[in-house]
Write a protein that binds this ligand. Structure first.
Ligand SMILES: *Cc1c(COP(=O)(O)O)cnc(C)c1O
Length: 337
């Protein structure tokens, strides 16, 4: 029997042998004391890549987002974001539950910025009657819109608006690496357009654990306190940071392979592969649940991310041979449609 091709998520990757070796050799210390050299190296490296002063290692991307948004927005204040943003849909209300902030959303078919809607919703300090907007959040690439890349020009316009209004920009860059590789845009260009970012090492980059909050030194110092308060202070965590450093050395440029494979799957499903910008393909099906079950029965795992939306994600553990096998199965199921 051939093995399953698992396209449910790019979080499914297992650390490579080389990554495990790097982890086993990591120099470590107590990171709550700020004394883990490998964590310090990773934090500096990621801050540098994004052109910011400082970064902080966190166990998950959700925690990184909660901490990053809270650096800009306090209790009883609001953040504006796109309606299918990960922070709104997939963090189980953490921002409301922990920070006590509220969210209002705009709608954009590709998960992008609708500056007119933002301007319409935007509430500066209108006195003690209205919730005050303190930040605008964007996601790049956008997960539930199908791995779409935010155009730099839209980020520029948002940056100008936010600066004029004196509010912050949060960028959920869980897959910022994919945006950078797909467009050739240096990471620092994205970094320059946000006040605070969250980035993940455990998605396409293939590390087992780890995300970072990236931003100004004073905000990151405060974020460190909140991370500990939330129970996210970790000790000899250089073992995990080493996986992240290895991923940055070896698993960024190869994302282009994942993007090519995603386009291949889109073609097999009869979709316009031009619309697939990175490693995520969305297939709209009335019978999404049955489609997922039928694919599974034929050895291809895909996931359902909405009542009628099936998601395929390519990643480090899916090679060309596996993609071809999946293309045959999914192509047939799509045609049966
Ligand atoms: C996965 C993801 C996160 C973080 O998720 P965790 O599972 O908490 O690490 C944040 N934003 C986006 C867009 C994601 O896809």
């Amino acid at each position: 029997m051939t093995t399953l091709v698992d396209l449910r998520s790019d979080t499914l990757t297992r650390p490579t042998e080389a990554m495990r070796r790097a982890m086993s050799r990591a120099e470590v210390g107590d990171d709550v004391f700020g004394e883990d050299p490998t964590v310090l190296t990773l934090q500096e490296r990621v801050a540098d890549l994004l052109g910011h002063e400082a970064a902080l290692f966190t166990p998950t991307g959700s925690m990184a987002n909660v901490l990053a948004v809270r650096a800009l927005v306090g209790p009883g204040e609001e953040v504006l974001c796109e309606e299918s943003a990960h922070i709104a849909r997939a963090e189980l209300g953490a921002h409301g539950a922990f920070t006590g902030l509220t969210m209002r959303t705009w709608r954009h078919p590709r998960g992008g910025v609708d500056l007119e809607a933002v301007a319409r919703m935007f509430a500066p300090d209108l006195g003690p009657y209205f919730v005050r907007t303190r930040a605008i959040s964007v996601e790049n690439t956008h997960n539930f819109a199908g791995g779409t890349v935010l155009p730099l020009a839209d980020l520029d316009a948002l940056r100008r608006f936010a600066t004029e209004q004196g509010v912050g920009v949060h960028l959920d860059g869980a897959r910022i690496w994919h945006a950078s590789v797909a467009t050739g845009t240096p990471l620092a260009e994205y970094g320059a357009r946000a006040d605070v970012l969250a980035v993940c090492l455990s998605k396409g980059l293939g590390a087992p654990v780890g995300s970072l909050v990236v931003g100004p030194a004073d905000a990151i110092a405060e974020t460190r306190v909140w991370r500990k308060r939330m129970g996210g202070g970790m000790r000899q965590v250089g073992i995990l940071a080493a996986a992240g450093l290895h991923a940055l050395d070896h698993h960024v440029e190869r994302l282009a392979d994942d993007h090519r494979r995603a386009r291949r799957l889109a073609e097999a499903c009869g979709l316009d592969s031009e619309g697939v910008e990175t490693n995520i393909v969305l297939v709209e099906r009335e019978d999404a649940a049955d489609f997922v079950a039928a694919a599974e029965a034929e050895g291809v795992r895909v996931s359902r991310v909405g009542p009628r939306t099936v998601r395929l994600v390519t990643h480090l553990d899916v090679d060309d041979e596996a993609v071809e096998r999946a293309a045959v199965v999914l192509g047939r199921l799509c045609r049966e449609g």
